[in-house]
Design a protein around this ligand. Structure first.
Ligand code: ZN
Length: 345
């Protein structure tokens, strides 16, 4: 009797186990599948080390924060948004090309920083507080916001040619045509993306045409300081003559008295706006130099970029127009890791 009860109990247990297993199995089948978990890793914003030449200090900044200060200093903030965006990408490319040591003199003059704020060495840079001092007639809040928008909406974009970061030279006004890089810096070989292109619509800007009047006395004084061997043969109307023009009609070589010097040197000596010039003799020993454009003339013209933007062209059109054959890409990983490595040093 007891054996029978044990057997029944065992059977009941087996049955209960079987039923429970079935119930749980069913429940499991009814449960919705577990959702797939996707982890999005937001890469940290790249940082750049800047040597602030004005305050003589090194500053670590987010790349785009630095670029807002560069674009605000380098381009008029009232320019069209697409021109500002083109400038932002050019400025980012310019800074990173120097940060990785491909162009410029890298860190030699920066006390270990990637770039400096000296416009004659790297790119100009200002703070939001300095903006109204630089541009007293501008709307500081509105203009600063426009520059921020241009930088943030092109964040991470740079220019490459055949996979290599480019050296995006730029200048204020081309005077109607840009220049081949090798005509400005003799030691530089021709660069395919820095060749002369026509640039329309720049004559509406104040930087398009300038006039400088020089007396013979002034010209002789400046040149004698620089070239002790120079001999003057007569008044400037006899002593000054353009010997050769570049393909973009800029002065390549000019003769003054007994010597001939490059047009770029002549521009430097007399602080002229450009080497695209017309020389007129007002008197026997006095001349007027009319210059067209402002700057070296290589790469993107800022006024030309604005003229294209006003015609409805976007930043990629503008950049591809002035830098022939380039691509607009996100900052490659090797450049990002190079910046990180520098920060860890
Ligand atoms: Zn520098």
């Amino acid at each position: 009797m007891r054996e029978k009860r044990k057997l029944l109990l065992l059977l009941a247990c087996v049955l209960l186990f079987f039923l429970l297993t079935k119930v749980f199995q069913k429940k499991k089948e009814e449960m919705p599948p577990e959702p797939e978990v996707t982890v999005t890793v937001i890469p940290p914003e790249p940082e750049i080390v800047v040597y602030n030449t004005r305050d003589d200090m090194l500053q670590v900044m987010l790349l785009d924060d630095y670029l807002v200060g560069v674009v605000a200093a380098e381009m008029e903030a009232w320019f069209s948004m697409e021109a500002l965006k083109a400038q932002a990408i050019a400025a980012r490319t310019y800074a990173l090309g120097r940060a990785v040591g491909k162009y410029g003199s890298n860190m030699e003059r920066h006390f270990g920083a990637h770039v400096c704020t000296d416009s004659t060495h790297c790119q100009a840079w200002i703070t939001k507080e300095m903006y109204p001092i630089w541009y007293p007639k501008a709307e500081p809040e509105e203009n600063w916001a426009r520059v921020e928008q241009a930088v943030h909406e092109t964040s991470g974009l740079i220019l490459t040619y055949e996979g290599e970061i480019i050296n995006p030279m730029y200048h204020a006004n081309s005077g109607g045509i840009t220049e081949d890089i090798e005509e400005v810096w003799n030691s530089v070989k021709p660069v395919p993306y820095l060749q002369s292109v026509y640039s329309e619509g720049e004559n509406d800007y104040s930087s398009f045409e300038k006039s400088v009047v020089l007396s013979g006395e002034k010209i002789r004084e400046v040149l004698m300081k620089e070239y002790s061997e120079i001999v003057f043969l007569g008044p400037v109307s006899e002593d000054v003559q353009v010997v050769q023009f570049t393909g973009s009609d800029r002065v390549k070589e000019i003769r003054i008295g007994s010597i001939a010097i490059p047009g770029t040197k002549f521009r430097e000596l007399f602080s002229l706006s450009s080497t695209q010039m017309k020389i007129q003799f007002i008197k026997d020993d006095e001349m007027e130099i009319l210059t067209y454009g402002f700057g070296h003339g290589v790469g993107m013209s800022q006024c030309g970029a604005n003229a294209l933007a006003q015609k409805g062209k976007d930043y990629s059109y503008i950049l591809e127009y002035y830098y022939t054959g380039v691509e607009i890409v996100f900052i490659p990983e090797e450049i990002l890791s190079s910046l990180k490595t520098d920060r860890q040093k």
